[in-house]
Write a protein that binds this ligand. Sequence first.
Ligand code: ZN
Length: 287
Amino acid sequence: MDRKCIACGALFKPVRTITARDYSSGNTIYPVDFCPCGLGVTRINDQRESDAVNKSSYDNLTGRIDIYFNRLKKHFYKRHSEILGNIRKFSPGGKALLEVGSNLGYTAHMAVEKGYDVVACELNDRCRNFSELVFGLTVSKDLYKVKNRFDIVTLNDVLEHFPEPVRAIRKIHTLLVHDGIVFIQLPNWESSVAERHGGEWHWYNPPDHLFHFNINSMKKFLAGNGFSLLWMRTVDMAEDLPLFRLFPGRLKGRIFQVINYFFSVGLIENKKERGGLIQLIAKKNDD
Ligand SMILES: [Zn+2]
């Protein structure tokens, strides 16, 4: 069956295919097909494969709590404070904020503490219950059932999981007020770190990650769905920097954890736009 590229709108005719490893649940290899515009699509037989991996990974509350409240606590605090600061710059009067894919609710709770009226949205039952119980957040299960209007919508490492990213971004468009903004963060397959690791790069993460963006495909995706880009950059985690290449994998992770335990290493801007994460803010166009 013919299908269109969700980023550029052209008929999806892959120009190259790589094989990426599912590192979270085993050693299964998945093909990822790339459109000339730079969008990568994980080839899966059945959406249930992806749902099952996603569920088992997010059901692990203990692991998540350890990351957010212990191992990378300072890192996440610094990282998200900076994100909220950037959001404030582009929406100085914005108050109503929707966080899509809110995980444990850690970042949504930070937004509450900064004075936002926050609605969160989280598919995973355990994560949702945790954020309601621990942070007292209002959390919806299904983005497509959210009805309020928002000044700001945030998607931190979540768009790449959606089976239908176009449906998601169009829904977000309808939820935003006039001049409302969306913040998006997701992995950049065109980064130096992705190039170094090839199909072993952790953030291909198939079948949990279904779509893979670079700067070009992200720009096309936004423009095609009623958004104007206001700000965009790519950033690295400290452990992805060349200095850390000197250390073997496990030691590298351990050193990174120790640094983050005592100090707060946030995200480091990559001036060549080849950082491992894309961050952007885009404004809803007038209807
Ligand atoms: Zn395309």
